[in-house]
Design a binder for this molecule. Structure first.
Ligand code: ADP
Ligand code: MG
Length: 251
């Protein structure tokens, strides 16, 4: 099975505060994500999900271990060009329109997207993919939270990456927004992209993912096809147990 992502014995230690006390955010995490899967990385707040995403997107290098994206080191340009990324708390300039934002991000990544007409087409393509064609000329300050999440995904799709990394794409959305985001992720997966998303909500992952990994306190507890967990009655019980122990506080 071809792998979109390989996490090989990855550890991440942060040193914080005056005494530079070490905090192990990830400890020898090891799993892989097959091409074409919708992979849910589940864990309570503070479990280490965003830290791993920073390693996958090349924003940080692991203290030890390796992260490979389509077989290349995650920090390399070749790897980064294959990845679309929706951060956990994206911030967009509110005076821009949806279209203005996409033009800006296209320019930032020095996207070689040819003539103005082609740029317009590419922007139309990603707006259609996330269902925001009609909000193209609307300023972002008038977007709902759900629309902002979707324009964030449109931004991630601009360079047509085969792998999408979504950090808590459902968080802060109301029930309708969650449903729309679930449907959108389903559509993106159906169009052939590999998706790696984090969540602390079991139901969202069960609804759309075909594979899951569970992380607790920076250690991988389980990983594999969702079907494997459900038949063992695992997802619900394992996670509820984990979440009760860790609580929902923190980040
Ligand atoms: N830059 C940092 N410096 C120090 N500690 C950090 C840093 N980033 C994250 N941590 C710690 O690493 C752990 C995992 O955090 P994070 O990856 O954000 O969790 P999650 O995304 O699962 O909520 C937490 O204990 C957090 O406080
Ligand atoms: Mg996080």
């Amino acid at each position: 099975m071809e792998k979109a992502l390989e996490i090989q014995k990855v550890s991440q230690v942060f040193r914080t505060g005056f005494w530079m006390r070490p905090v192990a955010a990830l400890t020898e995490v090891d799993f892989s994500v097959p091409v074409g899967s919708v992979f849910g990385f589940l864990g309570a707040n503070g479990a280490g999900k965003t830290t791993l995403i920073h390693l996958i997107t090349g924003l940080r290098k692991p203290t030890s271990g390796r992260v490979l994206v389509f077989g290349r080191d995650a920090a390399s340009l070749e790897a980064r060009s294959q990845v679309g990324y929706l951060p956990e708390r994206p911030y967009f300039q509110e005076h821009l329109t949806g279209e203005g934002l996409l033009r800006y991000y296209g320019a930032l990544s020095a996207l070689e997207w040819g003539k103005a007409s082609e740029r317009g087409e590419r922007i139309s393509e990603v707006l259609a993919a996330v269902g925001l064609e009609r909000a193209r000329k609307t300023e972002l300050r008038r977007y709902s939270k759900g629309m902002l999440q979707r324009i964030g995904i449109a931004q991630a799709l601009l360079h047509r990456p085969p792998l999408l990394i979504l950090d808590e794409p459902m968080s802060g959305l109301d029930p309708l927004g969650r449903k729309e985001m679930r449907d959108l992720i389903g559509q993106l997966a159906a169009s052939g992209r590999t998706i790696f998303m984090t969540s602390h909500v079991i139901a969202d992952v069960e609804a759309i993912c075909d594979r899951v990994a569970l992380i607790q306190g920076g250690r991988l507890m389980e990983s594999g096809p969702l079907s494997q967990f459900t038949t063992r009655g695992d997802v619900q019980t394992t996670l509820e147990a984990l979440f009760q122990r860790e609580g929902q506080g923190g980040r």
